[in-house]
Design a protein around this ligand. Structure first.
Ligand code: FMN
Length: 210
């Protein structure tokens, strides 16, 4: 294999393309938060991962807006209010999820903009998305920042204090990928369906997945 090699001290956009073209398919967290006037904010984040099972911790990364150099509404709301909901994406709602990534003025409700239905959470203030088949209610834990410049990343972690799973995809403690129909993010405008699964036997003693 002939490899091409690149330094990473150039433009934000060049590094960004290496990240989104290499780290994929990326799961998508659709994060709902409360604006300071109590209205809803929703935005998708594909720089998103699981961090810890007990305590149950997840992390996602908002970047400083490359267009304005300003912090996004989601981290502003979480740092102020301390709670958020992660709503998961299945094939049925991809268009609406894409719509809620619109850069609306602060305070404008992306639930309404995207045609998504807000429902009350059990523990946290931010609403859940009724059309999302899995929702995690989260309490804000940690904030890390990698700078103020356009494209600089942040890490937000949250402890999941309540999990909601649609009964159609829940079977004896497991979530069915086939029923969930999750969609991930690729490079550019690509989104990725999980319809071509392969199974491999685990090679370790503790097979907690089984
Ligand atoms: C599928 C998808 C994934 C995205 N992932 C990220 C991400 O990981 N980090 C980020 O900063 N922006 C991401 N964006 C862009 C944000 O959703 C967008 O900037 C949004 O306007 C932020 O909203 P907010 O200001 O209400 O937080 C993504 C957009 C889409 C459609």
């Amino acid at each position: 294999m002939k490899m091409l090699s690149f330094d990473t001290n150039g433009e934000f956009a060049d590094n960004y393309k290496f990240l989104i073209g290499s780290i994929l398919p990326r799961p998508i967290a659709v994060v709902s938060t409360l604006n300071d006037d109590g209205t809803n904010n929703v935005a998708p984040f594909s720089f998103f991962t699981a961090v810890s099972a007990k305590p149950m911790i997840v992390a996602f990364s908002p970047l400083i807006r490359s267009s304005t150099g300003k912090e996004k509404d989601t981290p502003i709301n979480i740092k102020r209010q301390g709670e958020f909901v992660i709503n998961f994406v299945s094939e049925e709602i991809v268009d609406k999820v894409n719509d809620c990534s619109a850069e609306l003025p602060y305070g404008q409700d992306e639930f309404k903009h995207a045609g998504l239905t807000p429902v009350d959470s059990d523990i946290v203030g931010p609403k859940r998305i009724a059309e999302s088949k899995i929702q995690f209610e989260c309490k804000f834990r940690d904030f890390l920042s990698y700078g103020e410049g356009p494209g600089a990343g942040q890490i937000i972690t949250g402890e999941v204090v309540k999990v909601h799973v649609s009964e159609e995809l829940y079977d004896s403690g497991r979530i069915s990928t086939t029923a969930f129909k999750p969609v991930g993010r690729g490079a550019g405008n690509d989104w990725i369906k999980c319809t071509d699964l392969i199974q491999l036997e685990r090679k370790m003693q503790a097979q907690i997945q089984k």
